[in-house]
Design a protein around this ligand. Sequence first.
Ligand code: MN
Length: 258
Amino acid sequence: MTTNGFDFHCHVDLFPNPEALIAQCDRDRIMTLAVTTTPKAWEQNRLWTEHSRCVLPAVGLHPELVGQRYAEIALLEDIMAETPFVGEIGLDGSAKYRNTLSTQKDVFSRALRSAQRLGARILSIHSRGAAREVLALLSEHTTSDRVLPILHWFSGSVELAAEAVQVGCYFSINHRMLDSRTGIAVTRRVPADRLLTETDAPFIKINQRTSEPQDVSATIARLAELRNVSIDEMKHIVASNAERVLSFARVSIPTAGR
Ligand code: MN
């Protein structure tokens, strides 16, 4: 089996029919990281993806929910022992959630310390309005030999993106990120070997319809244009980055005959 693309941040469990979406990812051979927003969603996510070749289940605790779900950090830490994939976690410093930022930092720090202790953990990180704080906590609690951070839909500055590269971060780029001037500037300047694709589906609309993992191919085309390489070359770049990321978690991409 050869893969047709990589969606490193998709809320599979928030689609009306997750099982149909998983079957579609398998059919279309799109490797998809199924993130969750509460650790209580883990068990169902794990069961749904148990027989999937292309969809990998992650456990998360979304920063926007930390205000109400602070106590679920213990469950998150427990489940992190079972899976190398952690997301969605992070910080949200936007106006609506800033009031819970200190609790968010506490929860995120605990998740980072667990990831560091366990090792071989891949994180899909939300950093809206708090990129500086996310990078500070990553530097404080993790090292790049044990934890691989992926900044999902990064909306910070080019300068902060450069700092993130120093901390070992990858960037998963979605369709909407490339509608923003800063998103484009970041995408053009980060090293090619840190670029990944995602959709954040079903939260993003593309031409009035809900996005889905297959939409990563449109993002590959935009990335190719922005980075001035061919579409085939961009596919190859993202595929080799994805392979490196997954091998960090000791997961291999399914190949022919398996
Ligand atoms: Mn998300």
